[in-house]
Design a protein around this ligand. Structure first.
Ligand code: DON
Length: 561
């Protein structure tokens, strides 16, 4: 990790930036950059940029292509968040295209007569699926921010669905891992298990039903997906397999545009996701707690200890207070205030872990995911998009309504289906995140812009509950002089209040630090699976350099022109 604040030369450069930054932020980058999880999706974005489209057009094209070539992660049966910056207006927007619970959903829908969770209820099959938001998000972006017609933006995705794409290792891993569940959906199996088997690496996967669905979407916009033939096929397929969607659920879906969350740390501005994401609140809380220490001077186990204590407290509050802001009153002025975190800091000891069990919380009875997708886009005018999109776990609900080609999400599992019961990401929750008709499940997705005198970074990653702490570590890396490549490739660690342990990628914490942290009372567990798949675009004001950095953990490709 490079220490930005410590190097005299860097200090001098920072000083010069202070006097030039106003002019720089107003300037155009003059180059375009896209960092997405798949080269075909990046190419789809470039296709529309080359035709004169802006970053918002490119975002729709990239999202649509990802829905075809990265079907384990996101798509038309899912939802997500788009963080936007409009350079002309110098305006930040947050487009919330998160799924909502169907009207027939109820708070105890996944609990049996004995108060026990129904096995797999909120994870497998159509009952686990919320009403998709991503297609509506695409329409909203195209109509309000883009310059090209939706039909043009969907064209690369339609061609990829029609002509097929070569399936790769990450998607195959999911097909192997969840075969027993996924093959129960005949329409899904027809596409992804030809001859009943997991395809070979590089096999051509064509999705004719999805191509037809996308053509109806391209022709009809919102109504071409949420009403008419596609809606009928979706609802019939869901209901025939035991789900509870209705035509009204689809027709009533609405995107919500919200004010992004903004916080500052050591001269860096962090613009990110507000509720129903927990990202903005948790990042603000963690930075506020850390701002009480001479953070730049901390290193090794001491620095990690304070970061973990910040994570622990932010995730505790996440579990207690956060949910859909349109349904619950979140005490934001308390949670976001510096004084509140100063109060929390009093309980942090410098030499000792605070056991999560001694913090007021939620009683608990008490897997990792590597899906979801994030991409970052900037156009030559400086318009930006950070988008994190998901169908939740690998291939979502593992269910495809016949005739649609659409893989449904299992975002209902992001609700707290029972007080204190850990979900797929071992997150717990309470009343604020209980199920209600039309409500959005609490998310960790945190598409983020970092801004300072040094420049701009567009950041985000999949990773379930770990998304927020990954963004935290990437932001600190960037603050201290790291490049986009450093941010995507750095090893990561995580704590989420419960379970009360530090999970880490081998290499993220040295053996000496492990010993020191253990001596302070922390429990550490190495993670078998890598954390996340981060994609970052950076613009350095001094050099004018625009870079696209993609995570070595994935097969991503970033491009700059
Ligand atoms: O919205 C959320 O927080 C989750 N549904 C995101 C899932 C995710 O990142 C899966 N990747 N591991």
């Amino acid at each position: 990790m490079t220490r930005y604040a410590r190097t005299p030369l860097r200090l001098l450069v920072a000083f010069v930036f202070l006097f030039t930054s106003a002019a720089c932020t107003a300037a155009r980058p003059g180059k375009t950059a896209i960092a997405s999880a798949d080269p075909l999706a990046t190419a789809a974005g470039y296709e529309v940029l080359e035709e004169g489209g802006n970053a918002f057009d490119a975002a729709v094209a990239v999202a649509a292509a990802l829905g075809v070539v990265e079907p384990a992660a996101s798509g038309f049966g899912g939802g997500g968040f788009f963080l936007l910056y409009r350079a002309d207006e110098e305006e930040y927007r947050f487009v919330d295209a998160r799924e909502v619970a169907p009207a027939a959903a109820g708070r105890n829908m996944y609990i049996d007569g004995n108060g026990q969770p129904l096995p797999g209820g909120s994870v497998d099959g159509p009952l686990a699926a919320g009403i998709p938001g991503e297609p509506a998000g695409m329409v909203y972006l195209a109509e309000n921010y883009g310059t090209l017609p939706l039909s043009r933006l969907l064209q690369p995705a339609i061609e990829l669905a029609e002509n097929g794409y070569r399936i790769e290792a990450r998607s195959l891993m999911g097909l192997r891992f969840r075969k027993q569940t996924l093959e129960k959906s005949a329409a899904f199996a027809e596409v992804f298990y030809p001859d009943g088997q997991v395809p070979e690496n590089g096999a051509l996967i064509a999705q004719p039903d999805l191509a037809a669905t996308l053509k109806r979407f391209a022709a009809g916009g919102f109504d071409g997906f949420y009403k008419g033939e596609t809606a009928r096929l979706l609802v019939d397929g869901v209901r025939a397999a035991g789900g509870i969607w209705s035509m009204e659920d689809l027709a009533n879906y609405r995107v919500v545009e919200r004010e992004p969350s903004v916080t500052n740390f050591s001269g860096m501005r962090v613009i990110t996701a507000p509720p129903p994401s927990s990202g903005g609140v948790a990042l603000t809380q963690m930075f506020n707690l850390l701002s009480g220490y001479p953070f730049a001077e901390l290193e090794g186990a001491q620095r990690k200890h304070y970061m973990v204590e910040a994570m622990r407290r932010a995730y505790r509050d996440r579990a207690i207070y956060l949910g859909d802001p349109d349904f619950v009153a979140i005490p934001l002025s308390m949670l976001l205030s510096r004084d509140y975190m100063a109060g929390q800091r009093v309980s942090v000891r410098g030499d000792r872990a605070t056991p999560s069990s001694v913090l007021d919380g939620i009683d608990t009875d008490g897997s990792e995911g590597t899906q979801t997708t994030h991409f970052s886009v900037m156009d030559a005018d400086g318009n930006r998009v950070a988008a994190t999109l998901t169908i939740n776990t690998w291939y979502g609900a593992g269910f495809m309504p016949p005739g649609t080609g659409v893989v449904l999400n299992n975002e209902m599992d992001d609700f707290s289906i029972k007080r204190g019961l850990p979900n797929e990401y071992e997150l717990i929750g309470d009343e604020a995140n209980s199920i209600a008709p039309g409500k959005r499940p609490l998310s960790s997705m945190s598409p983020t812009f970092l801004e300072s005198d040094r420049g701009i970074a567009i950041v985000g990653t999949p990773g379930g509950s770990r998304i927020i702490t990954m963004v935290l570590q990437a932001a600190i890396e960037w603050l201290e002089g790291g490049t986009g490549e450093d941010m995507v490739s750095m090893k990561r660690f995580h704590h989420q209040y419960l379970p009360d342990e530090i999970r880490y990628e081998p290499g993220a914490i040295s053996d000496t630090e492990i010993a020191e942290l253990e001596a302070m009372g922390h429990t550490l567990k190495p993670s078998r699976r890598p954390f996340g798949n981060m994609n970052v675009v950076t613009w350095d004001f001094a050099s004018g350099k625009v870079e696209a950095a993609t995570d070595p953990r994935g097969r991503a490709e970033g491009r700059v022109y």
